[in-house]
Ligand binder design. Sequence first.
Ligand SMILES: Nc1ncnc2c1ncn2[C@@H]1O[C@H](COP(=O)(O)OP(=O)(O)O)[C@@H](O)[C@H]1O
Ligand SMILES: [Mg+2]
Length: 440
Amino acid sequence: MSLSPKWDNEAYVSVHLVQEMLIHAGIPKKLGSMSCWHPEFRIKMPKIDGSGFTEKKVDFLIEDHTRHVNFLIEIKSAKQRISDAARFQLVEKYLYRSNIKFGVLIDPFSIEIYEYGQIQPKATLKIEDPNHIEPIANFLKKFLETLKMRTIAIHTSKGGVGKTTLTINMAYELAKQGNRVLVVDLDDQANASLSLGVNKADEIDAASSLKKVEEILDSFEDRQELIEFLLECVLDDFDYRSYIYPSSFNSHLNRTNDGFIDVLPGSYKTQPHELERKPFADNRLNKGLQKLAGKYDYCLIDTPPTYNRITWNGIYAAQYIVIPSQMEYLSVYGIRNPIKQTREVREDTEDARAVILGIVPMMTDNTKINKTVLKLVKKTFDKIPILPELKRATDIREASHQRIPLSLLAENKPAAGSVAKQMANLTHNVVEKINSLETK
Ligand SMILES: Nc1ncnc2c1ncn2[C@@H]1O[C@H](COP(=O)(O)OP(=O)(O)O)[C@@H](O)[C@H]1O
Ligand SMILES: [Mg+2]
């Protein structure tokens, strides 16, 4: 096909191919805080003679917060097409230096998508006609969907209802199925971090005196964890890897699958006042998670039972919300808070965040009051799905006491099988709900 000489001009390619493609792929220039194009994105590079640094400009850095994905774009023209030198520069220099995982090379004849550290392209498309944007945009869109991390906050404004129990067990169920899971612990009580084996729970248990416990807790002082992640994620040299730790649950997972759990842990250091007077105070987790693009399939966020800056960060980062609640009159009253608060975030983000997947009836038994309240919940919140329940079971307490996942307890204790099954079923249901929302 012969192309008009206009395509020899890189600026023309940028406007008529690249920018059109981004818009058609659903990544507008600026959608609230949900997507952003940074033209002429600067990357710091060491000078060849070792005398300090110089800055190189990449045509675009694209942030797609809806999918928690970001990537660089280098544009070429019909005259100066994609070359080996350009490929080398993108992978070995730009991606390496920017700490961004994906890069796109595009000219009027083809698109190549590269991943940091890999010489072979991750995906390529031969462009039949650069004037015909739709198939090109679809190719990009499809690729971004494969990278997408699903973020789910387990949230309600009440304590002791099983938020942490749900978070860690859902994480395990998802990892068992081969998913790469990140658990973010926003609660300063840090029960999720303790259970998932990243907060020295064994050492604390074995401590012989209060002084010893204090010493152990003091050792978190220098650790990079959630609060530092929130404070530092907007810095140029931010590297998410220094804030994340592998869970001890991983030792129970079958090594033949790819699934694992990582934790962004918290501790008593998680204090909302640290974020006061910082720019984007509610949006820091959202921004930070962006930098993990392509690394995880699911991110589960355990929240504190209050509304403070830290909690808002969880809601602004979560595409989906799961609300656990006991089936008692007062608890039903408590469901109204998350419903009201998440509505504000949905309005603010044009439904890109805080979509409620459903209410999980927690610690239910066969009492009459439970049944009555469940009916009341269905009637009061008739637009919100009721997810599969988790019955009251001492085995849940036992698993959390032993700091093992429920399904592992059930492997050695058949009596725990039924409640473990409920947990697996709930996780399955949550995934199905998301699948159906995303294919709508
Ligand atoms: N279905 C259940 N049956 C019995 N105990 C449960 C159940 N779910 C949670 N628990 C127990 O209730 C306590 C509070 O749960 P937790 O997950 O820490 O709540 P939250 O994070 O909302 O404060 C824990 O000791 C946990 O083991
Ligand atoms: Mg908790």
